[in-house]
Design a protein around this ligand. Sequence first.
Ligand code: NDP
Length: 296
Amino acid sequence: MVAKVIDGKAFAANVRGQVAGHVAKLKADKGITPGLAVVLVGEDPASKVYVKNKHASTIEVGMESFEHRLPAETSEADLLALIHRLNGDPAVHGILVQLPLPKHLDSELIINSIDPAKDVDGFHISNVGLLGTGQKSMVPCTPLGCLMMLRDHHGSLAGMNAVVVGRSNIVGKPMAQLLLGDSCTVTIAHSRTKDLAEVCKRADILVAAVGRPEMITGDMVKPGATVIDVGINRIERDGKAKLVGDVHYDSAAAVAGAITPVPGGVGPMTIACLLANTLTACCRANGLPEPKGLTA
Ligand code: NDP
């Protein structure tokens, strides 16, 4: 079997197009422009690139982008004061604090100071609890993107065996909750899981969020399974820098029914879902119906 390639780049472009359409209608019909505030503390080069991309994508779909770049030595009190201001600003519907924060800042305290209704990353403890209890929440962007691609590919996910490898708070756990919400039978695997290959081989849907280059190989994949590779790993091969996932693409693609590539799979969906979440937050804040197909 040769797997169908799930084109995350094209899928994300479609999601961004849908968001842009909703934004244009909100502006024309209601005079409302969704706004996203992104807070960057310090000079982490990767974070700077992410924030730049988020700004450009926000503008591209017609939203307002509010960038707050603060020096690395910013105090916790100053950062909390900024978040408090953004919480109270009616032009700001989504707030994202770029992680990781400098070591002297308490990330949990900072994230939990964001108004949960504006927490477009879905990391606030209230949103974690709401998702865990199957209630309306803001859903973390990367797992939301994976869910959208899976729903698009399969239609209903009910009754499928899903295995999520990785139990982080930002990917593995929320991914498992979302799959459970769609009535999959869910297994979460991690570094202490025994016989990982056997566990993975039971999966109709296999999500890899491990952070280990090409760890999931074709012999761990059930024939016909859908493989979602969340991993982004920078490696050097034949003297060249290369981006690879947590899945060994060639061997897995020979067995799977469908697979996301790296790059061009899950990655582009993360920013698209950030925009979708900002739109959702804006609609909720204004008592308007949520955009269909862009939420969990
Ligand atoms: P974390 O490091 O927070 O979590 C990794 C998880 O993998 C842990 O639960 C860990 O288990 C598990 N793990 C580690 N080694 C093994 C192993 N040998 N066998 C089984 N499980 C193992 O990573 P993240 O969840 O933050 O990210 C995972 C990957 O996804 C990374 O490559 C990251 O770059 C990528 N990513 C991509 C995004 C995107 O936009 N596409 C967004 C976010 C992340 P344990 O808990 O037992 O230690």
